[in-house]
Design a protein around this ligand. Structure first.
Ligand code: GAR
Length: 193
């Protein structure tokens, strides 16, 4: 794939908004020999996002952009990404929608993880909606980001069986465990394309 240059590892930026468990997991995976990427930058739109603590713990540069003026912030982010020679953006619980122009600048190089079996249950509150609809299965998806929300090409998915006593909270917890396995696998997969 175009993001892999020679034998060098892919330089990734991870975008977060909240807890950052996927961020932590990606950083930990990136330290393994078999990892095709390194996490070089953390970007958050939320000063209070818990995941920002991993910047300090793992000594990774972090930047916060509140996205109040989205186009201005996106311009600044693009500048930093180019300056740091970032090859890949991994959205990990990032709750802002990136503009068409931003995505065009990193075409085919932005990934997202979503807690459902896309194309089903795009958007928010997936677990609640899945349970209300009495689905038998749910899961998680890693996909390329396209201008339409949660609609880019799917890279990998993991299916999970729903239990009788599941609540949105219980389900979120089980799906997250699978997300942590799936995201690194999906990056490995695209690095070999
Ligand atoms: C994850 O479940 C991720 O799939 C979801 O937010 C959670 C973030 O958890 N993302 C979305 O809903 C994006 N539409 P984390 O901050 O612990 O990684």
């Amino acid at each position: 794939m175009a993001i892999l240059t020679g034998n060098k590892k892919i330089k990734a930026a991870v975008f977060i908004s909240g807890t950052g468990s996927n961020l932590k997991n990606l950083i930990q995976f990136s330290k393994k020999k078999k990892s095709p990427f390194l996490v070089k930058l953390i970007i958050s739109n939320n000063l209070k996002s818990k995941g920002l603590r991993f910047a300090k713990i793992f000594k990774i540069e972090k930047k916060i952009f509140k996205f109040k003026k989205k186009s201005l912030d996106e311009k600044k982010i693009l500048k930093i990404l180019k300056f740091k020679r970032i090859d890949l953006i991994c959205l990990a619980g990032f709750m802002k929608i990136l503009s068409k122009n931003f995505i065009k600048n990193f075409k085919g190089k932005i990934l997202n993880i979503h807690p459902s079996l896309l194309p089903n249950y795009k958007g928010l509150n997936t677990h609640k909606r899945v349970l209300l609809n009495k689905e038998k299965y749910t899961g998680c998806t890693v996909h390329f980001v396209s201008p339409n929300l949660d609609s880019g090409k799917i890279i990998m998915q993991k299916k999970i069986k729903i239990k009788k006593d599941d609540t949105p909270k219980k389900l979120a917890k089980r799906v997250l465990i699978e997300e942590h396995k799936l995201y690194p696998k999906a990056i490995l997969k695209i690095s070999k394309l």
